[in-house]
Design a protein around this ligand. Sequence first.
Ligand SMILES: [Zn+2]
Length: 149
Amino acid sequence: MWLEKWTPDFKPDEDSPIVPVWVLLPELPFHCHSWHYLKQIVGSIGVPLTMDLATENITRPRMAKIRVEVDLTKPKLTSIFVGSEADSSPVRGFYQKIEYESMPKYCRFCKILGHSIIQCRKVEQKKKAKEKANMEKQANFETTETSKN
Ligand SMILES: [Zn+2]
């Protein structure tokens, strides 16, 4: 069953770009494998929902896995700065690599899930129609120009 959050601008023929995805944090320092740190780390990607079992039970020390609700229309972050940027902080910050497990494709043009705007046929058709219209306009212009002489 698929439950969708009701939003004021909900349209039945459009998909919401906000979906839950698994976010992987490879080589995350061991002391950060807790909900307290994880929710802060992934907070700039989206809304943290839950950790996977291995992360929760700390049975996979080399990688944390966390479910995050992300907005597919926003640029995808591939790394994130963790820690304090203040000079006085005793703990140095680091860049954490971010990977996504099966990120769904979302077309901003059709506003549906399943394909990206790069693969969009409608965008392609629109582009071709525009090119054709431009070419016709150009052709008409040339005919009027020649008929004058
Ligand atoms: Zn499309």
